[in-house]
Structure formats: C-alpha cells, structure tokens
Design a protein around this ligand. Structure first.
Ligand SMILES: Cc1ncc(COP(=O)(O)O)c(C=O)c1O
Length: 339
C-alpha cells in the first residue's frame, strides 16, 4: 500500500529509534527529564521565544495555548476550516469556555481587513474578541502558506486592538522550507505557537507550545489539568530532537513529490488550488467520480488517499513515500481520473 492519507502515518526511522532507545530520561512532571528540557529549550530558541512546553498532541498544544489567551466566555477569531474549530472536537468550548467565531474558509488567502472588521471591542453588550488564530501551513486549505506580509498585517491588527495572535504551526516547518522564512521571524509575530513533531517530521508523537516564560509556566499548569503531564517522556522528546536535526530541510523533497502528483492530476481539472507544500487538495466537483468512489478505486489499486468531503479528497506526501511510489501513485490516479 502507498499511504498518501496524511503525513502523520510515518514510522520512526532506525536512527530515530536508536535516539529514543538511548535517551536520558527522568520524571518530567517533577521537571527532571533532561531530554525534554533540551527539546523545549531548542524549540524555544528556534522561534526566538523564552520557553516551550512539550505536549502529547498538536490538539492539546493548541488548546493549552488558546486557554492562555482567551478567558472563558470571550472570543477567538479564526478561519472556518481551521483545525482548532474543525478537528479538535469542540475543545475550545468544552475545556476553555471559549466562544469561537470564524471568517469564511479561505485557507492561506486571509484578508486582514476582513479580520479587522470582525473584531468586537471590550464591553458588556457583545462578546469581546481576545485572540486571532491562524494555521501555517493550512491543512484544509491545501497546505497553503500564509505570506509573511499577511502575518505582519495581522500582528498590526492584533496590536491595534490589544488582541493575542496564535499560530497553529503544526506544519510551520513546511512553510519555512517553502518560503524560506526563518522560524524566528515567524516566532516574532505570535504570542503563542503550537508546533508538531509528528506531521511530516517523522516523530511518533509530540508537539510544543511556544511563548514567553510567564505563559509557558501557566501552560505547564493547564497541561497538567488536561491530563497531559507525562513522566519518562524523554524517549519521545529524543525522537523529536532527531526529527528537528534530520527531517526539516528534507521537507523540500516532500514538496517536490507533491508537485509531481499535482502535475499528474492537473489535466483532469481536479486540483483545488496550487500546490505549495506537501498537500495536494482535490476538488472533484466537476469530475464523474466523487471522493469516496475515487478513494475506493485507489485503495483497490494499492493507494490510500483521504476523503475530506463528498467531492473533496487529499493526497499528502511524507518521508515514508519513496520516489518510485510517487510514480506509481501518479500512474494510478491518472488511470482512475481518465476513466
Ligand atoms: C493544522 C493541524 N493542527 C493541529 C493538528 C493536531 O495534531 P494532533 O493530531 O497531534 O492532535 C493537526 C493534525 O493533523 C493539524 O493538521
């Protein structure tokens, strides 16, 4: 099977397993795991922030950050297709009491003026807006990369209205590789970021919340409250450190592979948007096959793809898909789409 459903399906490499097996560990709830401490310091430094906190999942990292930025009852603004309001199962409302309001799904093509127009001021007559969240790269937005100029504009709007700005940076590494923007330049624009080690970087588990020392001290408390305090978790932090050392710059290969797949399917009019990173979004609105039918036919040919909606599907490249598998996947897709 060639698995293009997601970049989360990767398995730890031999080198990563070796790093995990030999990691120094301690009880991290006591703050005694040296490998976790090293990972947290390394990631904080990469983004030019004071501190970072290791969390089991990207969803928890996002939700910890949002709870730091938005008090219960107050409001978060984000894209209608953002992971935080689509795939986190209502966590912002359920755990943080956060009211979320969305702008129409536009992926990475955010209109800062539209966002500015949505901000509600403090007062007793309306829900006050406290934070804006963006997703870099945008998962349901086809792996789109929000331009630096847009992010700077959003920072200005956040400052003007005294709002916080959060980045769901599950795939911020992909944006960094695609646009060449240094990670610390992204970091400087946000109050908090969540970044993932298990989306394309190949670690089995792990995300971090990044922010000021004060925020991360609070984040540690919120993580424990959510049941995310972990013990000898240096074995996982070691996988993350390995991923950062060896699997960031190679994302360019995944982007090139996605571009090859995009080129193969484009003649059939099913490419939803231009491919910038490792995600190839398919729009089957004008094609005789719907998403389920295409996925079922592909599965029968040994290719797994994701169904995101009745006429929406997705292919994702990652480090477990070699070049020859991309060639086979492209052949399979062109055969099915042509039929
Ligand atoms: C953009 C984005 N944010 C957050 C997450 C959440 O990560 P996790 O599955 O580790 O909770 C994902 C997962 O794919 C994602 O794509």
């Amino acid at each position: 099977m060639i698995d293009l459903r997601s970049d989360t399906v990767t398995r730890p490499t031999a080198g990563m397993r070796e790093a995990m097996a030999t990691a120094e560990v301690g009880d991290d709830v006591y703050g005694e795991d040296p490998t976790v401490a090293e990972l947290e310091a390394e990631v904080a430094a990469l983004f030019g922030h004071e501190a970072a906190l290791f969390a089991p999942t990207g969803s928890m990292a996002n939700q910890i950050a949002l709870q730091l930025l938005v008090p219960p009852g107050d409001e978060l603004l984000c894209d209608a297709d953002a992971h935080v309001v689509t795939y986190e199962i209502g966590a912002a409302a359920a755990y943080g009491g956060i009211s979320s309001r969305t702008w129409p799904a536009v992926g990475a093509e955010i209109d800062p003026d539209l966002v500015a127009g949505m901000v509600r001021p403090d007062g007793y007559f309306a829900v006050p807006t406290r934070a804006i969240a963006v997703e870099q790269t945008h998962n349901r937005g086809g792996g789109g990369v929000i331009p630096l100029a847009t992010l700077r504009e959003l920072r200005r709007i956040a400052d003007d209205h005294e709002l916080a700005l959060h980045c769901d940076g599950a795939r911020i590494w992909h944006a960094h590789v695609a646009d060449g923007v240094p990670l610390h330049e992204y970091g400087a624009l946000f109050d908090t970021l969540s970044v993932c080690l298990s989306k394309g970087l190949g670690a089995p588990v792990g995300s971090l919340v990044v922010g000021s020392a004060e925020k991360i001290a609070r984040a540690r408390f919120v993580r424990k409250r959510m049941g995310g305090g972990m013990r000898q978790v240096g074995v996982l932090a070691a996988a993350g450190r390995y991923a950062l050392a060896y699997h960031v710059e190679r994302l360019a290969d995944d982007h090139a592979k996605a571009a090859r797949l995009a080129e193969a399917v484009a003649p059939f009019g099913v490419l939803a948007s231009p491919v910038r990173t490792n995600i190839v979004p398919l729009d089957l609105t004008k094609h005789p096959l719907d998403a389920k039918a295409l996925a079922a036919a592909a599965r029968a040919q040994g290719l797994l793809i994701s169904v995101l909606g009745p006429r929406t599907a997705r292919l994702v490249t990652h480090l477990d898909v070699p070049d020859d598998a991309i060639t086979r996947a492209a052949d399979t897709l062109t055969t099915l789409l042509r039929a």
